[in-house]
Design a protein around this ligand. Structure first.
Ligand code: FEO
Length: 393
């Protein structure tokens, strides 16, 4: 196994999950990695581990550098099992290793593994001297779980923030300047939209801390390591965390007999006529985790579903449940769709937009059975009106 030294004496010893296509419901078309970092110092320290099925890969990478039984500390920045799944087997080899984790990390590890491991709890401001280096710990609760913390290696200007700044991206390259830029920014945005979006205020607090540190490398727990684009990354995270969007439109819909699709396309035509940029996502062909990438950067979101059994289509129900949980704020929305008799779905969609406290500039539109030319013209006019209204902002 190759030794991958990211800083003198610090090695990437993670696992690459090439075939992963679903990460708790998030479609990971490019796979993922679970990044673990081995620091060789007077005290040998491993920061995080990998998902259980990549344990052997991690172990081989560690063995390429050092005898794993000599590990003194294992820092567990985050309990979720994609980062702790390798712990039980590793602790059977590194029998003298002590786990360093947050207070919630200790509780979480005990609930997950029911083991009486040797643990040391640290909190924000605590440090751990490992020889030539001192590790600094900062708690970042809810980025991604209550236990989450970052480890900062000041001597190496290296920040190890676990889930923050990650991307689900399997690649043989390890750094942000070795992979196509479109890919890394798309995956970083998708990751933020699907994992981090609900925690904007906590991300802002974490950024405030990170920006006081002298950092020239950020090693997240998923995807590539940042060394060339850190200022841009921090800028994007602040923008996403404060729900800043672009003046563009996203139309998300599903359809039964094409009437809602016709309405979606007329809305698009109206928006385009007003000079607005529009994306169209049909839930028959686009996964909801990819729709979320568009939601992240979009101000105006139009959502359409016909009515089925007094409700919206199940695909739309799944999307709105997911969307509401991730709760993008400061958006404007409009609901639309066709119906045969009850027509409840359109009002239900609008109600969810209101629950998310979105602006509703125009009341929803619904059309019985199949829209005629006059109705489609009216729908197009609504698209134009929305575009005119938001383009000028
Ligand atoms: Fe990558 Fe919250 O685990």
């Amino acid at each position: 196994m190759d030794r991958i030294e990211i800083k003198p004496g610090i090695f990437w010893v993670g696992g690459i999950d090439w075939d992963l296509r679903d990460f708790h419901g998030y479609k990971t078309q490019r796979g993922s990695t679970y990044n673990a970092y081995l620091i060789i110092d007077e005290k040998i320290t491993l920061v995080d581990t990998v998902k259980h099925y990549l344990f052997d890969e991690m172990l081989a990478r560690i063995e390429a550098v050092v005898d794993p039984s000599k590990i003194d500390y294992i820092v567990s920045n985050h309990v979720e099992m994609d980062h702790t799944g390798g712990l039980p087997k590793l602790l059977k080899i590194a029998t003298n290793a002590k786990i360093i984790t947050s207070e919630n990390g200790e509780k979480g590890l005990k609930r997950h593994y029911k083991e009486d491991w040797d643990l040391q709890v640290v909190k924000t401001g605590d440090t751990l001297n490992i020889g030539k280096r001192t590790l600094h710990f900062v708690s970042i609760p809810m980025v991604h779980w209550p236990d989450s913390m970052v480890t900062y290696v000041a001597e190496d200007k290296l920040l190890l923030p676990n889930d923050a700044f990650g991307q689900h991206l399997a690649t043989s390259e390890r750094f942000d300047d070795e992979v196509g830029q479109d890919i890394i920014w798309e995956e970083a945005a998708k990751y933020y939209a699907n994992i981090v979006l609900p925690f904007g205020p906590q991300v802002v607090k974490a950024l405030d801390v990170v920006e006081t540190l002298d950092v020239d490398m950020i090693g997240p727990s998923h995807g590539i390591i940042w060394r060339s684009h850190i200022p841009k990354l921090l800028q994007k995270y602040r923008k996403w965390a404060t729900h800043q969007t672009e003046n563009k439109a996203l139309i998300v819909y599903d359809t039964m007999w094409d009437s809602t699709r016709k309405m979606a396309h007329k809305l698009k035509e109206g928006l385009l006529e007003s000079g607005f940029h529009v994306s169209m996502r049909c839930l028959k062909s686009t996964d909801i985790s990819d729709v979320m990438t568009d939601v992240l950067s979009t101000k105006l979101i139009l959502i359409g579903s016909p009515t089925l059994n007094n409700n919206m289509l199940p695909s739309m129900g799944a999307f709105l449940t997911y969307l509401k949980g991730l709760w993008p704020k400061d958006r404007a929305g409009m609901a639309f769709g066709s119906y045969g008799w009850g027509g409840q779905s359109i009002g239900q969609i609008e109600e969810i937009m209101k629950e998310m406290k979105w602006e509703i500039p125009l009341e929803f539109i619904r059309i019985k059975y199949i829209p005629d030319e006059d109705e489609l013209e009216k729908v197009k006019q609504m698209g134009r009106e929305l575009g005119d209204r938001y383009r000028e902002r």
